[in-house]
Ligand binder design. Sequence first.
Ligand SMILES: Cc1cc2nc3c(=O)[nH]c(=O)nc-3n(C[C@H](O)[C@H](O)[C@H](O)COP(=O)(O)OP(=O)(O)OC[C@H]3O[C@@H](n4cnc5c(N)ncnc54)[C@H](O)[C@@H]3O)c2cc1C
Length: 366
Amino acid sequence: MSLPAVSGGGLTGGQAADASSKQRKPHHVAIISAASAAVGSSAAYWLAGASNRSKEVELEIEVFEREGYIGGRSKVVFPHNSKAFQLVKLGASIFVAANKDLIRPAQEFGLTLTAPGGELGGANITEDGFSQADEARVVARYGLDSITHTQDLTQDMLNHYLVLYNITTPDWKDVARISAFLNLTWLTSQTTEAYLLPQGIGEKYIVEMLEGDTRVNYAQQFVQRSGAQVHLNTEVKSLTKLSKQWLLTTSDETPYFFDSIILAVPFHLSNITPPHPFHTPIPPQPYVHLHVILFTTSSSMPKYSYFHLKNASAPVTVLTTSEGVVHGGPKPEFNSLMYQGPLSAPFRGCEEHVVKLFSEWEVGDE
Ligand SMILES: Cc1cc2nc3c(=O)[nH]c(=O)nc-3n(C[C@H](O)[C@H](O)[C@H](O)COP(=O)(O)OP(=O)(O)OC[C@H]3O[C@@H](n4cnc5c(N)ncnc54)[C@H](O)[C@@H]3O)c2cc1C
């Protein structure tokens, strides 16, 4: 099967091929997982676009999703479980211009892009919860050079990664290989501190800001527009290769037959039994267990006494570092705490604020 590469518009743009000129029997594709802006949904969207442009091949796409919603780890929730309030992002929320897989569909969907305060990851020091006064304090503490030089290095790094979008970039089977292709192996074999210090970035900025940022954590339109048939609440249990097709069985015990399968799930979290060991085994991934805690509070800032602050105010964005642990101290109780803004409407007559907390362990209500 050969499909035209993405070059023109998306599903609505470009030259749609005349359906009557295509092969009679559509190629039947299953996509396992419907994570919103991520692998499964975008695969459905881009494949549907390629099928639309192809003169020979017509694809019939079905998406299987274990959960009852589209989105995977890019999940949103409503405070107090009520749609009367604004939605809050629980998982993916960082949206950077370098992510062309998100930027391009956003343009194709006609979405308006706004800058809520910039990008994390060193590309911009401004982020949600940072006021101009905060920025001034950051510059005073770390110096403008560390900040601007980190931005330059980040851009340089992004330029390496943008090569991934080139059509000439070879396939890769593991991270080590693509890292070598991108000429980044020398970089990944050292710590961030060892890389940045000789480049003149201040130690305080590395330890307090950059480490804090990296400790923090480590969209449904796609599927809708692809026209794919979606099976929600349907977990794929097993895959079997038949002579010409794939047999896919699901939690509802219905057998499905497909010409091609796209396995768009983190395999070791999927519970799927492959028929035979894979030709190249998928190596286990050491996932980080991270708790994302969202809560609302009538307090407009954290308790200052918790941070041993003398004046009666505390910052509404707090990033922690592991510097204390390195010197034999206890682990911080959380990775980051960020006030996300006020609740869009009073709750039981009371103004509230939405707070997001990332932590390596569960945090109780107290
Ligand atoms: C707290 C947090 C914050 C993050 N912040 C950002 C951010 O700001 N910016 C960013 O770009 N990225 C962020 N990420 C990372 C981003 O969420 C992931 O990289 C992305 O969601 C991965 O997409 P995926 O499609 O590979 O997997 P997932 O999103 O995990 O989706 C996999 C899907 O497959 C389904 N599934 C699994 N097994 C089966 C099965 N057997 N049958 C059917 N369906 C199955 C699951 O239900 C799920 O919907 C964040 C992640 C977390 C956890």
